[in-house]
Design a protein around this ligand. Sequence first.
Ligand SMILES: [Zn+2]
Length: 185
Amino acid sequence: MLVEIETKIRKAEEALKKIHYSQEQISAREFHDYTTGETFSGDTTTISDVLGNKFLMFHELVEMSELKKMGIKINKRTLMESPEPTIYTAHFTAMEQELNYALLRKDFSWIRTRLQQHKTSVLENDQHLPEELRPKAEEILAKFNKLIATLTQSRLLVSCSCYGFCSVNVYPNSSLTKGLKGLGV
Ligand SMILES: [Zn+2]
């Protein structure tokens, strides 16, 4: 398994370079122990889930890097023994970088899925979330929701064949847009 992890880490590192993220070196052993260790949140994501998804691989590598930068050792007990604000700070940085990478790959459905999870599991139902970090969690949701809305809107405009006359103040759900769609524009 360590060989497979090593290969996946190398691949994820290539992705990290694309968004110019400066990472700490993470060994396959550290990666394995961190993702199979006990969690205080009861997170049911398995190491196979992570290894099978490029965005989750990316997320975990950033999270471990951020923890190392804050002087935390990476092992099976990291999540149980580190201060919760430290864990959440690393997780939120990982989430932002993961979503940046998904933006780069134009994977909007992944961003929507992750924002929904973030909203329900962290913002609405996580009793461990330190109150001082709630604004950061809300900022991530608002920022990426806005980006998604803007990008979806510009896609709509690009697909519109009116040669730009509707490119000012037209939003996906506005009556003008609906009207244009109704006319087959
Ligand atoms: Zn995380």
